[in-house]
Every structure is written in C-alpha cells, then in structure tokens.
Design a protein around this ligand. Structure first.
Ligand SMILES: O=C(O)CCC(=O)C(=O)O
Length: 153
C-alpha cells in the first residue's frame, strides 16, 4: 500500500514556514516527496467514494445548491459535522486516510478525530472564500489541511 510509505518520510528534513497576519496564524511545509504523494493520491482515488444526493448539496442564504466539488467525511464513530446548512456523518476511516491521520500525529502531535475530504475534479470545481468558524470545530486545535495533486495557477 502506497500510504505505508508515509512511515518512511524523513522528518528531520522538514522545514516549516510561518505566515502570521491579522486573524491568520499558518504553518506550512511540503513534507511528502512527489513520488510518494502521487502514489497516495492514486490510492485515495481508488479507495474513496464521495457523497451523493442531499449530502452533496449546501444551503447558502436559504437557497440550495449542488456542491461545486466532491466531498466525503471520515471520523471516529458518532461524529457529525454541520456547515452551510448540511449535517454530514463521519464514515469509518479508510486505510490511506488513517495513514494520513497518523502522519499528522507524527508531525504535530495532534490526533485528529474527523476529516472532510474535498476533491476538485477540474478547474471549475472550487471552494468559496469562507471562515472555518463552525460551532462543531474546537478552537483549541488548529485545522490541518493536506493537499495532493496539481498546483492551481
Ligand atoms: O481543499 C482545501 O484545501 C480547502 C478546504 C477548506 O477550506 C474547508 O474544507 O473548509
């Protein structure tokens, strides 16, 4: 399994960059070598299936829209996440997503209990500008984001 290779990532080479601004406190790094990252993306593509039906719709100012991206959520049993007028259930962790959770624990010492996966199929899929200020999020813990695939221009 390609995600097993995360255990081989040399953590001593990782350098973090920091961006601090009004209301922004961000640390970022590119810790996964391209060859490993591409394999993990392939494994994710082969493993994950995305929400359909009502779970693939959002409500903005009372109006219902189809999501302009694909989405699925995983987490510990019983967790749900409510945002933009929908409540999504956490499905059981698939193996490659668990490996990424373990990788984040190794990197930051935080054991995340939930993940929202967003897939942007092409240049039309997107995520609007937003604040992650949902009541379900615990402000004591930072949000972690891992991106795979193409760079956006
Ligand atoms: O896909 C991304 O990295 C952005 C995700 C995001 O902003 C969110 O899920 O709230």
């Amino acid at each position: 399994m390609m995600s097993d290779n995360l255990k081989k990532v040399d953590l001593s080479c990782i350098s973090w960059k920091v961006i601090k601004n009004d209301g922004l406190d961000l640390e970022y790094t590119v810790p996964i070598p391209r060859s490993i990252a591409d394999g993990i993306l392939k494994e994710l593509e082969e493993t994950l299936t995305f929400f359909t039906g009502d779970l693939a719709k959002i409500k903005v100012f009372g109006k219902i829209y189809p999501l302009p991206r694909q989405q699925v959520a995983y987490g510990d049993p019983g967790i749900t996440y409510t945002y933009s007028g929908i409540t999504i259930p956490a499905l059981p962790w698939p193996e490659p997503v668990l490996m990424l959770r373990d990788f984040l624990f190794t990197l930051k010492g935080i054991k995340y209990e939930f993940v929202l996966v967003n897939k942007y199929r092409n240049g039309n899929d997107h995520m609007g500008e937003h604040r992650d200020n949902e009541p379900d999020l615990d402000p004591k813990y930072p949000i972690a984001s891992i991106s795979f695939g193409e760079e956006r221009p």
